[in-house]
Design a protein around this ligand. Structure first.
Ligand SMILES: Nc1ncnc2c1ncn2[C@@H]1O[C@H](COP(=O)(O)OP(=O)(O)OP(=O)(O)O)[C@@H](O)[C@H]1O
Ligand SMILES: [Mg+2]
Length: 250
């Protein structure tokens, strides 16, 4: 089987905020068609990494290449979105006064040639996520779970090649989590590469074929989630040295 191509190459990336070295010489690849887990303890740099890839922040050093050769460094946020770099936010940001349909349509308008095409795309996305019956509900009335799905729906309106999902399961109950996991799988089966940021390890091992682990802005480990999550250094990063000494080393 031919090796999958690298859709994103993160090379020696660095980003500081004042005295906080949020991303430190970080290098990893994202392969086309995979569901990559981007994991690590709180504050390890996962969201900053997504913000650098999507252009919310500009790196101090290093390079991000898209589809082999396109350097993202000088590309503004809108250009990166047009290339197909989609993301959701750790805290969903729907347009609260709009209806569900309007919220998706507004994004679709930016990525379609005509209003008619944008409306058709909004209809199709809303049907796909099973929101047809609440298409006219005002967003501020939606519970958290539905806001998260709506955030994914709005990202679909940019026709993403990659979707970076920043803790899309946080705050959900187990049933809601399972349906979200199924939905992420469905997106992936439609050809969208997924970068899945999550603290719930059961979800990560269910969904991801590979994980990249960050710690204090650096790459700590990468590989098969079931192998990586057993590594002493990874357990130590999450749970501390005392836990490893007491429970892992015995
Ligand atoms: N805009 C900012 N200004 C200053 N510091 C920031 C900013 N964004 C992130 N940081 C800092 O950078 C580090 C990495 O933060 P980041 O949000 O990327 O971590 P994370 O892995 O997403 O954490 P979590 O799992 O809690 O969401 C933290 O120390 C954070 O406080
Ligand atoms: Mg985060």
């Amino acid at each position: 089987m031919a090796e999958a191509s690298k859709v994103l190459q993160i090379k020696e990336l660095d980003k500081s905020f004042g005295g906080v070295h949020a991303i430190n010489n970080l290098t990893f690849d994202v392969y086309e068609g995979e569901i990559l887990g981007l994991i690590g303890p709180n504050g390890s740099g996962k969201s900053t990494c997504v913000n650098l890839i999507t252009g919310v922040y500009v790196q101090d050093k290093g390079e991000i290449l898209f589809e082999g050769e396109i350097s993202l460094k000088k590309q503004p946020i809108e250009a990166r979105a047009k290339m197909g770099l989609g993301r959701t936010f750790q805290t969903p940001r729907p347009f609260l006064d709009m209806t569900v349909w309007e919220s998706v349509y507004t994004i679709a308008l930016l990525y379609n040639k005509t209003m008619k095409q944008a409306a058709a795309q909004a209809d199709q996305i809303i049907e796909m996520i099973g929101f047809s019956n609440i298409a006219n509900t005002v967003c501020h009335k939606l519970p958290i779970e539905k806001r998260k799905w709506l955030d994914m729906a709005r990202t679909l309106a940019i026709n993403p090649k990659i979707m970076m999902l920043d803790e899309c399961l946080a705050g959900l109950n187990p049933t809601e989590m399972d349906s979200s996991i199924d939905f992420v799988r469905k997106l992936n089966s439609q050809g969208i590469t997924i970068v899945f940021i999550e603290h719930v390890m059961a979800a990560v091992s269910k969904l991801c074929t590979r994980v990249v682990v960050l710690n204090e802005g650096s790459l700590l480990s990468q590989g098969d989630p079931n192998v990586v999550m057993q590594e002493e250094e990874v357990i130590k990063a999450y749970l501390g040295e005392d836990y490893v000494n007491a429970y892992v080393k015995g």
